[in-house]
Design a protein around this ligand. Structure first.
Ligand code: ADP
Length: 339
């Protein structure tokens, strides 16, 4: 396996990484690491008389992609006396294909999003319409029969109010997303007490969710210099997710703890459906929702965690989580402590 002859281009590419004269040298001497590589296996197969074509091989020493052909050269007796290796640098076409794939993916993401957004917005609107029609027909009846149940009106208005809140939340998430995309999410910073904000936000969440108990553990108390409303929004997003994705449990825990290097951490732990390993790397992505049938019944745009991450990172903090399917999740964000 010695180089017999090397054309100019191959010579110059190889010389970049393995300098010196090639002709006459063993290829394993030029690059000893070859011995363990697939390239070497392919060469051996070619010496056995097989024509080998490898379509897309990433170089082990650079960012280039190659198409390799190993062509056995035979003498009159049919014996292989040499192998000709032809390599085409296909990096440009691989990159182009990658870009096209990315574009196609983002196109699909957009159309999936429009489908999901229409559904998410339609659901509360349909429900509001239903209750309005119910009250209207009760009013009509009342004109004829002179009776109108106040409890029916109260129930309908309460449901309408709930659905309007849901719509408002969805729309403000969309608005925030477009602010982030155009770089217009501005922070109104002030010094505030994080522990008080946690208590207030938990109370707000409990106001609309009566099923869960949320216990707060203040292991550490501190002030933050940041946008109080936006940090409140991060807390709301994480708490409402904890509520939303734990239909079968009634317990949520919140910890405020001292973290490393002048930082404070807030963790929100639920005992809900959890997130399977294979989805975990994606959940902070814009529009991403776990694709298991059960999630489709939970309302949402797949924007909440993306917003939370953006807001926390704009405050020089970070956000992460641990989760186990069917056991629950713990989302934690850290922020620098004020002063
Ligand atoms: P949304 O809740 O609107 O779908 P998010 O961006 O808040 O969007 O969350 C993205 C996805 O991450 C959710 O669709 C859900 O699948 C998963 N997820 C988020 N929080 C939790 C949680 N506490 N438990 C289980 N899954 C979660």
């Amino acid at each position: 396996m010695r180089f017999i002859s090397v054309n100019k281009k191959a010579g110059s590419v190889i010389a970049e990484y393995y300098p010196g004269e090639l002709t006459g040298r063993k290829i394993t001497e030029v690059n000893p690491r070859l011995l363990d590589s697939r390239y070497y296996e392919d060469l051996l197969k070619a010496f056995d008389g097989k024509l080998i074509i490898r379509d897309k091989v990433k170089s082990s020493v650079s960012e280039q992609y190659y198409k390799h052909n190993y062509i056995p050269l035979q003498n009159m007796a049919g014996e292989v006396y040499a192998v000709m290796t032809i390599s085409h640098d296909i990096t440009d076409s691989v990159r182009q294909l990658e870009q096209l794939t990315k574009l196609a993916e983002s196109d699909k993401l957009k159309s999936d999003f429009i489908k999901m957004a229409s559904h998410e917005l339609k659901t509360p609107v349909t429900s509001i319409k239903g209750y309005v029609q119910l009250v209207l027909s009760a009013l009509h009846k009342n004109e004829e029969e002179k009776q109108l149940s106040p409890s029916l009106i109260k129930l309908s208005l309460a449901n309408i109010d709930k659905q309007i809140n849901r719509l408002t939340r969805l729309l403000s998430e969309l608005l925030d997303l477009s602010k982030i995309e155009t770089g217009k999410l501005e922070l109104n910073r002030e010094v505030f007490n994080l522990n008080e904000l946690v208590i207030d936000t938990v109370q707000d969440v409990l106001y609309s969710d009566t099923r869960h108990t949320i216990n707060i553990f203040h292991d550490f108390g501190c002030n933050i210099y940041g946008d109080k409303d936006r940090i409140g929004q991060v807390l709301i997003n994480l708490l409402t997710n904890a509520v939303k994705y734990s239909p079968g449990s009634d317990k949520i825990e919140v910890w405020v703890k001292q973290a490393k290097k002048g930082k404070v951490s807030v963790s929100i732990k639920d005992y809900g459906i959890g997130i399977a390993k294979k989805y975990q790397s994606k959940i902070f992505e814009r529009f991403y929702r776990v694709e298991e049938k059960i999630e489709q019944t939970f309302p949402g745009f797949g924007i909440g965690l993306f917003l939370a991450k953006e807001i926390v990172e704009q405050h020089d903090g970070n956000i992460h989580f641990t989760s186990e399917k069917d056991k629950g999740s713990t989302f934690t964000f850290t922020l620098p402590i004020a002063g």
